[in-house]
Design a protein around this ligand. Structure first.
Ligand code: COA
Length: 289
């Protein structure tokens, strides 16, 4: 068993392995991943053949993310994945990472067991869904009127509601829901922070962090990464988000949210046609090195 970084010519050598995973996205991102530095694609070899792959990515200089691990289906369940993952953690450390993270489907039992063996901690759940934007069917032009206030008010609200400390764990990178990063308030652009003011006196009752850009298939999209609202103000906030999506002329709203924001999904499912497009669920893991 040998673990090593992929080099020139390894794409062809990995082809038989990649073909065993139907409709997988790895072939589409291979070149991009292979060029990453530090990190890149790593291979597990058994008897001279490629038996496993993974990509080590650096989201920030000291934050590694493990993506797209695959073990040859004919060799799964024999401990190879666990050994390979142990190597990956060491490699992240060697490359200077202080933390390594990954996302896995909530029902991927093998990965959950592997994480337990390797000492990763579960740091939250994630849901990703795409809501349709069929405004005619909705009979709305952006929902009930809501007084919007600026980015600063939104940030203040979000920070206050999150008790201000260590906020808020991990979130996905807009436009690339497969990556994780730590959210840093100071990096948020005001135009990506939306607040809705309701009630008397224009008090902010809900806020969200959003980003407009292409989704993973290149469609112009409004991605909602964080959403908090006072009880009773949830719907106004969500209509504000959809109103923004309309104004910014995107083709859909992607929710990429911590699992505890399930209420957003529940609401979006109630929209006409909203049952479709939901939802993938992930668990986020991390290990400090
Ligand atoms: C997930 C994957 C990488 C794990 O590799 P692997 O070589 O099969 O893993 P291991 O043999 O080391 O097994 C890992 C754990 O899963 C358990 N396991 C293996 N097969 C299992 C099965 N069919 N059902 C339940 N548990 C299983 C093992 O017992 C082990 O747990 P333990 O150490 O507590 O006993 C591999 O199965 C794979 O490529 N799956 C498809 C792609 C995928 O899901 N990638 C991960 C994306 S995050």
């Amino acid at each position: 068993m040998l673990f090593r970084r992929a080099g020139p010519g390894d794409r062809e050598r990995a082809e038989p392995l990649l073909q065993k995973f139907e409709d997988d996205y790895i072939p589409l991102v291979w070149d991009e991943w292979a060029a990453l530095e530090p990190g890149g694609i790593y291979l597990a070899e058994v008897d001279g053949a490629v038996a496993g792959i993974v990509c080590i990515q650096f989201v920030r200089p000291e934050e590694a993310y493990l993506a797209g691990m695959r073990i040859d289906p004919d060799l799964q369940g024999r401990g190879l994945g666990t050994e390979f993952a142990r190597f990956q953690v060491e490699e992240c450390r060697r490359l200077g990472a202080r933390v390594a993270r990954l996302l896995t489907a909530h029902d991927n039992v093998r990965v959950h067991r592997m994480m337990a063996t390797l000492g990763f901690g579960r740091v939250g759940g994630w849901l990703i869904g795409r809501a349709p934007l069929d405004w005619q069917a909705m009979g709305h032009s952006g929902g009930p009127p809501a007084r919007e206030s600026g980015g600063a008010a939104a940030l203040a609200y979000l920070a206050g509601r999150s008790q201000g400390a260590g906020l808020p764990g991990v979130v996905s990178v807009p436009g690339d829901p497969w990556l994780l990063r730590s959210l840093r308030w100071e990096e948020e652009k005001p135009e990506n922070c939306l607040a809705v003011a309701g009630g008397r006196g224009g008090v902010v009752t809900g806020a969200a962090l959003v980003e407009v850009g292409p989704d993973w298939e290149g469609r112009p999209t409004l991605t909602v990464r964080w959403a908090l609202a006072d009880p009773g103000a949830e719907e106004a906030l969500l209509w504000l988000l959809h109103g923004q999506a309309l104004r910014r002329q995107v083709t859909g709203v992607v929710y990429s949210l911590p699992a505890e924001m399930q209420w957003v999904e529940d609401w979006a499912k109630g929209l006409p046609g909203g049952e479709g497009g939901w939802s993938e669920r992930f668990a986020a893991y991390e290990i400090w090195l």
